[in-house]
Design a protein around this ligand. Structure first.
Ligand code: NAD
Length: 457
């Protein structure tokens, strides 16, 4: 989309003006291109917890150069640390810190000791990942307190480091398989995911033989695939090897066929609000594919009005498409046993469902309901080996947001750590990570794809 401010700020005269007046400087975000390495440079690994060995092993398997702060070059005195060009501090593509060993407030000092010397020695679009223990899994109240404190640290780093750096916290259970999550968070695929807390539990991740096509032999359903974010999801899941069933309303039939044909997928025209829609969908998936491995509930609508001005139809339509349809489709597919072990249910929520939004009581209610659906369904399906997660996009450049009034649109673009809107591909990459067989331990999560928007937590 056309973000004129970002183009101006990147131009010669624009750069000078923006700097002079202290205006937002949207960095150029790095996104994954075919053939790129997962991480574009060395990763400095610190911390002294139960996962350091596992992290180094995973990074090694990814072919990443792992650096150890103790073995790194002589540590410069903090006062002399200035710019990224300081030659005595080697630049790193990412900083990964195992904080699972922190059990007291004084132990949190280890964060300062590790990050302080290297805070300015990161590549542009660098990555920060802190790994901890979920507070509810800690042995003592003091340990739980200390682990909860990590959230504040990571979110502040995300706001401080700038230049497209992302910072995320992973709470890992003792038997968590971290490879799929570290691959995502350290790569350019997570360009617009920052300030997030992700829980990785046990789950038996199947060995991923080919990380370029982890979804080979999988069938994925993407609703609302005729345009916008849905098209990007269908494209990325196809790139990952899945056969994609692209679903949208009959009125969008032509665009839907184009998308499905380009991806060698299948087009399925269906209005999800029709009373027989879940049954027809189940029948279609059963007859054509014998079931479905990945379900992405992306179809959504807005009917914005303040509650005082909203008609009951506007309320009903939004709740029906955005929430009730997700619930009914899940129920129909599960009742007919169409989702095998290893299945993935992925909802599309919104940061409006977390923060609320003026003029969107209907939309925010529906999207908060999607979060509720994930949280209630994930534990119930863990025994069946099916994960349930949601993404909550922030401001994403689509036809939906292009229609916003200019001032609201500009606020959406700038009020986040990246100072720009995200792209549909950013949501799609996040969904591909959740859909991956390696993400078996990632369930019950709501991951915001919002560039660390200032709205909400
Ligand atoms: P969009 O309007 O461009 O696309 C939505 C698609 O859903 C359309 O193709 C539409 O035909 C389809 N759809 C609507 N009702 C349907 C029904 N009854 N049956 C089948 N298909 C139906 O929207 P988008 O911007 O690409 O958003 C996709 C999803 O992401 C939505 O759930 C939206 O709420 C969510 N989201 C978007 C943003 C953003 O900034 N664009 C932010 C947060 C959340």
């Amino acid at each position: 989309m056309n973000d004129r401010y970002a183009s101006f700020a990147a131009s010669g005269p624009g750069r000078a003006l923006v700097k002079r007046f202290g205006l937002p400087q949207p960095p150029r975000l790095r996104r994954q291109r075919a053939g790129d390495p997962v991480v574009p440079g060395p990763v400095l690994v610190g911390g002294d917890g139960r996962l350091s060995g596992a992290i180094v092993k995973v990074l090694g398997a990814m072919g990443v150069e792992v650096r150890d702060p103790a073995a790194s070059q002589e540590q410069p005195a903090p006062a002399t640390i200035g710019t990224p060009a300081d030659e005595r501090i080697p630049l790193n593509a990412a900083l990964v810190f195992d904080a699972t060993g922190i059990t007291t407030s004084t132990g949190l000092r280890a964060l300062y000791d590790f990050f302080h010397p290297y805070a300015r020695a990161l590549y542009p679009c660098g990555r920060v990942v802190v790994v901890g223990t979920a507070p509810e899994q800690c042995g003592t109240a003091v340990e739980a307190m200390s682990q909860r404190a990590l959230e504040g640290f990571v979110r502040s780093v995300g706001k401080e480091f700038g230049r497209g750096t992302t910072a995320n916290l992973v709470y890992a259970s003792p038997d968590a398989d971290l490879e799929s999550t570290l691959r995502f968070l350290l790569s350019a695929r997570s360009a617009y995911v920052s300030g997030q807390v992700i829980r990785v539990g046990p789950g038996t991740a199947t060995t991923t033989a080919n990380w370029d096509k982890p979804l080979a032999d999988k069938v994925a359903l993407v609703t609302g695939a005729a345009r916008g974010i849905g098209t990007a999801i269908a494209q990325i899941l196809t790139r990952e090897g899945a056969h994609v069933v692209c679903l949208d309303v009959p009125a969008a039939g032509e665009a839907l066929s184009t998308v499905a044909n380009e991806l060698s997928g299948t087009a399925f025209q269906l209005d999800l609000t029709a009373p027989d829609a879940p049954a027809r969908l189940a029948e279609h998936l059963q007859a054509r594919h014998g079931g479905v491995d990945i379900v992405v509930h992306n179809a959504g609508i807005t009917r914005d009005k303040t509650i005082a001005r909203m008609s009951s139809d506007q309320w009903d339509q939004v709740l029906d498409v955005n929430l009730a349809c997700q619930q009914r489709v899940n129920e129909a597919l599960l009742a007919d046993d169409l989702i095998p072990p290893g299945g993935r249910l992925i909802g599309v929520a919104s940061i409006a469902g977390i923060a609320g939004n003026r003029g969107q009581t209907n939309y925010a209610t529906s999207k908060a309901g999607v979060i509720g659906l994930v949280q209630a369904t994930a534990p119930a399906l863990s025994g069946a080996g099916i994960t349930v997660n949601a993404v909550a996009p922030g401001f994403i450049e689509t036809a939906m947001t292009a229609k916003m009034p200019m001032f609201v649109r500009e606020a959406g673009r700038r009020l986040n750590s990246m100072n720009q809107g995200g792209l549909p591909i950013d949501v799609a990459e996040t969904i591909a990570w959740l859909a991956s067989p390696g993400s078996a331990g990632v369930t019950g999560n709501v991951v915001r794809v919002c560039g660390q928007s200032l709205l909400g937590a």
